[in-house]
Design a protein around this ligand. Structure first.
Ligand SMILES: C[S@@+](CC[C@H](N)C(=O)[O-])C[C@H]1O[C@@H](n2cnc3c(N)ncnc32)[C@H](O)[C@@H]1O
Ligand SMILES: [Zn+2]
Length: 364
């Protein structure tokens, strides 16, 4: 065992083993993901009168639960659970040595059983599995309060990004394809699939933040509301994409109106906001106050145009066989023509703009 410190938690973790067979899974590369979650929880708590009841159903070593208990004011209790009995032994030791035994209850059942045993119990559920989140979301819907928050991670990046369309379809019921904006598609598949599962409980989802690294993650505010579902439904749409010229549109056409080649259909996909400006501004302030160093991604998200899908300029230059051009020059040219243009958290060479395809293609 190694003793590590992350945030205010000091925990014992098994020697580096990032496989599913690990005695208790701990990935130091996920510290940033846990930082973001703590900030989101602190911002969320500000709008809640009552103390929060939290569920960490796939808790590994318990590092996330211990950090939440220590670093988020206003939590009444946390259930830290894992199916792996060896992880639970490690977790119990970590909780005991942190002195948080009264606040954190350690449990050893499958996540889905845990949800069914705690109907309407939690203000926040954090689904952080190996692979896909999808097998846990529907049952989490039983365990969440009428107004609550959820966070979901998924590491099945090939399915989410469109590299394995048939896996995406069988797992999520969403048609996917390789695009130049695959990281945003991945985030939107994660969000859409969560929405579709929770809508079976009449729970609507308002995305608060989403991001992509070697995993996809999103945090959403939930509300039990039939009318919320109806308005959410309006923003779940189908998209056509042309791999030859990277044209994309919500106006469905079998043939690309630009180059005449056959288009591909992607969807159903959430086309609305993938972060909430006010909430993210609160998170950014919180992250700075907490001394977290990695704030750039959130800053970029806050400066991002709220239009779905970016153009990867590298890809655009390639399909148009054009000479290299700087992203900043293209953005400036778009702005000079009266369009909006911004960078995106998902891709260093990506631009988000409200300009139609022809305008941006005309610039490269
Ligand atoms: C990615 S790790 C969790 C890491 C942890 N959340 C953290 O922040 O360090 C996924 C965990 O889920 C556990 N697990 C896998 N299937 C499970 C299930 N059906 N129910 C509960 N836990 C499960 C694994 O034992 C593993 O510890
Ligand atoms: Zn085309």
């Amino acid at each position: 065992m190694n003793k590590i410190t992350e945030g205010s938690a000091s925990v014992s973790v098994p020697r580096q083993d990032l496989t599913r067979k690990a005695e208790a899974f701990y990935n130091p590369a996920m510290e940033y993901q846990r930082d973001i979650t703590l900030s989101a929880l602190r911002v969320y708590k500000k709008d809640c009168e009552n103390r929060l009841s939290v569920c960490d159903p796939l808790a590994g070593t318990g590092v996330r639960s211990i950090r939440m208990a220590k670093e988020v004011p206003g939590i009444s209790r946390i259930i830290a659970n894992d199916l792996n009995p060896r992880a639970v032994t490690v977790m119990k030791k970590n909780v005991r040595s942190s002195g948080l035994g009264k606040k954190i209850t350690v449990s050893n059942v499958s996540a889905n059983k845990l949800f069914l045993e705690h109907p309407g119990a939690f203000d926040f559920v954090d689904i952080d599995p190996f692979g896909s989140h999808i097998n846990y979301v529907f049952n989490a819907g039983f365990a969440l309060k009428r107004k609550s928050m959820i966070a979901c991670t998924a590491t099945d990046t090939g399915a989410l990004c469109g590299a394995f369309p048939s896996t995406c379809f069988t797992r999520y019921g969403i048609k996917n394809s390789k695009t130049d904006f695959y990281k945003e598609v991945g985030a939107r598949v994660l969000i859409t699939s969560t929405m579709l599962e929770l809508s079976k409980h009449d729970i609507s989802v308002e995305p608060l933040y989403s991001h992509a690294n070697h995993y996809f993650r999103f945090i959403g505010r939930l509300k039990k509301s039939k009318s919320g579902i109806t308005s959410q439904f309006r923003d779940i749409r189908f998209l056509v994409y042309c791999p030859s010229c990277i044209y994309r549109s919500f106006d469905i056409s079998e043939k690309c109106p630009v180059c005449g080649k056959r288009t591909q259909v992607i969807g159903p996909l959430w086309s609305g906001k993938i972060h909430d400006r006010k909430f993210c501004t609160g998170m950014l302030g919180d992250m700075k106050a907490a001394g977290y160093s990695r704030t750039k991604e959130l800053e970029t998200a806050l400066s991002e145009e709220e239009v779905p899908f970016y153009y990867d300029i590298h890809r655009m230059l390639k399909v148009r066989r054009s000479a290299p051009r700087k992203l900043s020059d293209i953005m400036e040219a778009l702005e000079n023509k009266g369009f909006s243009a911004s960078r995106t958290r998902f891709c260093g060479t990506g631009v988000k703009t409200d300009a139609p395809y022809e305008e941006i293609a005309g610039l490269v």
